[in-house]
Unconditional design. Sequence first.
Length: 177
Amino acid sequence: MIFHIRKNINRYYKFLTGFTKIEIAVVLGVIFLLLFFVVIAIQTSRAEARDMQRLSDVRQLSMIVEAQYIDTPNEPLSGCEAPYSLSSACTGPGKIQQFKKIQDPVSGNNQPCQGAASGFLSQNFCAYSVSSLDAKTQAATNNYQICFFIERGGIIKGFAKGIYHIETGGLLKAGCN
């Protein structure tokens, strides 16, 4: 009788042997691979969202300057007299004070976007900067460029990674003068 019970127990345990180490390793490998792809997708979508925010921001900055042009045509932008001044440094006239509220989505970014004319072409994250179109005279309501950086491009038609600017009249162009 004891032999019969042991025989039944051994048959029962044959069905409860569990997973082998190889099976567990394969399952864990698949899980880690899926996690890797999820992390990549999240990082990509965050970069694209920041790019969309940048385009929205510079269009808003340009609209502020264009609206100020209606009130005071040919008025120099005070507070941002130097070429490639941070847009947050601009204080006037009038509506230009709103520039302080609009900052690049990458926090802690104090390096202004600069163009080829400066001798330094930003190749990484940079804060919105304001200059005249030739980057030699003071920016004004009728002569400005706002430089910014696109970190990914991709879904934004016509944009790849790099420096761009929006200039007088709201025109978006590659590079920064």
